[in-house]
Write a protein that binds this ligand. Sequence first.
Ligand code: CU
Length: 343
Amino acid sequence: MVTLLYILIALFTLLVIWQLIRISEITSAIKKEDNTGLPNHQENDLQGKLLFGFLLLMLIGFVYSIVQWGPRVLPSPASIHGEKTDFLFYLTIAIISVAFLITQPILFYFSYKYRGVKGRKASYIEHNNKLELIWTIIPGLVLVVLISYGLSTWVKIMNPKFDEDPIVVELYAKQFGWTARIAGDDNKLGYANVRYIEGTNILGIDKNDPYGLDDIVVQNTIKLPVNKPVKLKMRSQDVIHSAYLPHFRVQMNCVPGAITEFSFVPNKTTSEMRQDPKVKKQLEQINKIREQKGESAYEFNYILLCNKICGSAHYNMQMIFEVVSDEEYQNWMKEQKTFAQSL
Ligand SMILES: [Cu+2]
């Protein structure tokens, strides 16, 4: 009903605009004004000034978005490769901003400065090889540098070389939640299949595969040791999900029927990250809003989210990743039940 009302309002607005144009046409015909269909002096002047106003609006928007939203971007990365992706991201933003700040003011200021004025004639340039070369070669070179640098960074991130074997962790996605499985003492995940899902065996681990017996199934919160490589292996039970760990700059799709992988090294513990001035400031703002709503204070945690709109409760697919010291991780692991113990 509301949608229908909106459509009707839009239709009537269009009708009103059309009628206003008709009226202005008829009145100008009555007044026997310039009827050539070409814009007159006042119209040219107005359009030029409007273009200049648009330039000012764009520049104000540019500064406003940096001041308003800049403090809300992610804090500094908590993984080794994250520093590389962040550098690439900020380099691209810097180049785009410089290009924007040079080209747009020129474009809109010139449109304003050389707006149509009675008696002024525009000079007509048909072609200029030199200009064509300049504005093809410069952006081309910038893109070649950015793309090759980006590709080499991507190859390094996707094929990392670690001094020690990474801890293998499975992330299992389903509508709507995550379950993790740490590969246990042998650091090898046992075979799993959706057909074996039964009772407490929520991941469908094959009971006959010895590799699976020491696997540790974790829900809600998983702990990882700091400065140790981790290899995530993603599976999905139903639709495509996307494992997204924003603070580690990690994201990988979870595809039903396939296993996808991503390896990284978390290099800041959760408690170190809680001391980060930017994190503290952002938390202060979040908690101020929560307080106004009468909600309890929120404490920073690394979080695994789903970044693929996979259904109605997609937004609520979360799991806490706690990065701790190696000692704390070993103690926590000792408390966990293996798959064999849970049978
Ligand atoms: Cu999802």
